[in-house]
Design a protein around this ligand. Structure first.
Ligand SMILES: [Zn+2]
Length: 208
């Protein structure tokens, strides 16, 4: 998830659960970050996702809402206009342009109001932590384990570092860690593909 989904000039209003509203003149939570930027500045999708709302929404003006799965939702308000051709239900990729900065709805000047919801609750986008990656899928785990154990083994086989200040002459060029690792990986992948070929030909012959 991008913390900043556009090229902006300054943060004009931070995430604040109890700010004094400049237009409403009362305390009202500001559940997002305002990025001041010239009208027409492209706005990017903060992450891969699906458009769940695109249209006019009262004080929010022209608004886009993206669902990123895993309980993550991002919200973009006050757009000048949307990127042509986008509709509700469309999939977007991270950094794809979804619209342009404007001042529609309740707004005092061109800016993007950017909000992020996690499991239905607005959070400060600037404080988002990098998320843990998805685990290796079950069907790829055996290959993953082979490659990672080859890597661990390769690390133990590295030549020792030269004595401080003395460079010993070497008869053979010393393999770099990357070279050793690549050989190990290629070997285990070759083995793996031989195995799976064997399996599939067996299966095929059974069918016949
Ligand atoms: Zn705002």
């Amino acid at each position: 998830m991008l913390k900043i989904p556009l090229k902006y000039s300054r943060v004009s209003s931070k995430f604040d659960k109890n700010r004094f509203h400049p237009v409403l003149h009362r305390h009202k939570a500001h559940l997002g970050v305002d990025f001041a930027a010239p009208t027409g500045t492209p706005i990017w999708a903060a992450a891969d996702g699906t458009i769940t709302f695109i249209g006019r929404n009262r004080a929010a003006g022209n608004m886009v809402v993206l669902d990123h799965g895993n309980g993550m939702v991002s919200v973009y308000m006050h757009l000048h206009r949307f990127r042509r051709g986008l509709d509700k239900g469309d999939e977007v990729r991270q950094r794809q342009v979804i619209g342009y900065v404007g001042s529609t709805g309740r707004s005092t000047g061109p800016h993007l109001h950017f909000g992020v919801k996690v499991n239905g609750v607005y959070v400060d986008p600037m404080k988002l932590e990098p998320r843990r990656a998805d685990p290796v899928p079950a069907r790829e785990r055996s290959v993953y384990k082979k490659i990672s154990s080859a890597f661990a083994q390769a690390l133990t086989q590295l030549p020792p570092p030269p004595e401080k200040g003395i460079l010993l002459p070497v008869k053979e060029p010393v393999k770099t860690a990357v070279e050793i690792l690549n050989q190990k990986i290629q070997k285990s992948v070759r083995k793996e593909s031989k195995k799976s070929k064997g399996k599939s030909s067996k299966r095929a012959s059974k069918k016949r």
